[in-house]
Design a protein around this ligand. Structure first.
Ligand code: SF4
Ligand code: SF4
Length: 474
């Protein structure tokens, strides 16, 4: 085969025909060791996804991302928009984590953990196999005219797809509005929550569109992580790879013939059966090398291992391997580079967890209010007075009662004239307060005050603010 012929696969992608139309992929149902492992992992992940919003830790939803109300719970710990810096840091750590993880382990995440792959391959595709049969039957059904059988099968499939999409939308909604609110909406008259219902249906249609039609295009065209693979992977990254040295040998692939000594003829172990291609959900031929479309789903590993069993060759012609593993014929090694990356990953993870759990539980903000434009402070005899607004955010999982604010740095009085003396967990209180200090206790015209916030007489947080007063002439 000429180099031009070998490189021909670069001119097209499996999901678009020569006329530029969508080539709908009908992958053969995968089966084998890795498919089984991935199925078990997907059950666990799906269970976590569905159950997580219904788990409570000290009354807080385990995971909550209520953007509308600015309430976020991570592992049952409430977070607020005021913790935005933590979110930004977490995202930065997350990005570095993903980059390092991908450099070492390639797209393992895509094949084993990505919700798109799990929903598509472990739920929707399985329903499709169940109703329409395996690859051959699906292709025949799609080609045949719209007779009773086709209409019945397609209608049943799309109805089930719609119902599953609706369920998925409900699960995601529980993450956004909270599982308690969701259950209340479900048991209430839907017309009382029309806006939420419309959003739910819109998301249901989006999921339906993605899993019934768009499918692998999400990974190939839309997903930014997929597009980044070209710059993240190197010769040492572990990917699903075809061992072309073993598969091609000196004289390339050749169809299998019993009792033929392929090694003597210089042919490799690939018997050109095409099973790794027909099983691929993104429609590529992994024998052409690592490609952007490959989501590391392992289906081709299982398909090829099955062929190796039948021909009597060793497993692993397609396997998890790096380019260097294949070229040098070395087994995968947990080498110094990977150890270093893994250590950095662990350090980053510890850093992130520490950041999440070592933040302050109470956030107190005290801001001075100008009474009248130009009026910096007021005096009554020897007393200088300033008015402030305050905001207390309770980020703990306990309610705070008998809230009081006192001066720590100066003698003087704090008079709270608004706000609640009790702040429920995850809630906030706002109000107004006056700070009064005798002139003799002030040393400058712009004093820095330190204040303590107390709950049930116990100091729970300190904060500071400015206190303007008359110019002191000593
Ligand atoms: S399944 Fe294995 S033997 Fe068959 S074509 Fe693919 S790589 Fe070759
Ligand atoms: S090439 Fe193999 S691992 Fe990659 S998407 Fe296709 S079947 Fe999955």
């Amino acid at each position: 085969m000429s180099t031009q012929d070998q490189e021909h696969f670069r001119d097209s992608i499996g999901t678009i025909s020569e006329e530029g139309k969508r080539n709908f992929i009908h992958p053969k149902k995968p089966k084998g060791r890795f498919t089984n492992y991935r199925t078990y992992v997907s059950w666990i992940l799906l269970a976590i996804l569905v159950i997580a919003p219904f788990i409570k830790v000290d009354g807080n939803q385990f995971l909550l991302f209520n953007i509308m109300e600015g309430k976020y719970n991570i592992f049952g710990q409430p977070f607020w928009p005021q913790d935005f810096h933590l979110l930004v840091l977490s995202l930065l750590v997350g990005v570095v984590f993903i980059i390092l993880f991908t450099v070492i382990f390639g797209r393992i995440f895509c094949g084993w953990m990505c919700p798109q792959t799990i929903f598509m391959e472990m739920i929707f595709r399985k329903v499709e196999y169940w109703i329409e049969g395996d690859r051959g039957k699906q292709i025949r059904l799609n080609k045949q005219a719209w007779n009773a059988e086709k209409i019945r099968k397609k209608l049943i499939k799309w109805t089930i797809f719609f119902l599953i999409s609706f369920l998925i939308s409900n699960v995601f909604l529980a993450y956004f509005i909270g599982s308690d609110v969701l259950l209340q909406y479900i048991t209430d008259n839907p017309l009382n929550h029309l806006g939420t219902l419309i959003n739910l249906l819109v998301f249901t249609l989006v999921f339906f569109f993605v899993f019934a039609w768009f499918r692998e295009q999400v990974c190939i065209i839309v997903c930014p992580y997929g597009r980044l693979q070209g710059v993240l992977l190197d010769r040492k990254s572990i990917v699903v790879a075809y061992d072309y040295k073993r598969g091609e040998n000196e004289n390339g692939r050749k169809k299998y013939r019993k009792n033929e000594n392929r090694n003597d003829l210089g042919h490799g172990d690939c018997i050109d059966c095409n099973q790794c291609v027909v099983v691929c959900p993104t429609g590529i031929d992994i024998r052409n090398g690592t490609q952007l479309e490959c989501v590391n789903c392992t289906a081709c590993i299982d398909a090829c291992d099955e062929i190796m069993d039948k021909t009597g060759f060793d497993h692993g012609l397609i396997r998890y391997a790096s380019e260097d593993n294949i070229v040098k014929g070395e087994k995968f090694e947990f080498n110094a580079r990977i150890k270093a990356y893994t250590l950095v990953l662990i350090a980053l993870t510890v850093f992130l967890v520490t950041l999440l759990f070592l933040r302050t539980d109470i956030e107190a903000t005290i801001l001075r209010l100008l009474r009248l434009p130009g009026q910096m402070f007021s005096t009554k005899g020897d007393i200088v007075s300033n008015v402030y607004t305050f905001k207390l955010i309770n980020k703990t999982v306990n309610d705070l009662e008998n809230i009081d604010i006192k001066l720590i740095s100066h003698n003087g009085e704090v008079k709270i004239v608004g706000g609640n003396s009790k702040v429920l967990n995850g809630d906030l209180t706002e109000g107004t307060l006056f700070i009064e200090i005798e002139k003799k206790d002030l040393t400058s015209s712009k004093e820095r005050l330190k204040l303590g916030v107390y709950a049930n007489g116990e100091l729970i947080e300190t904060t500071s603010t400015n206190f303007p007063g008359p110019i002191q002439i000593k």
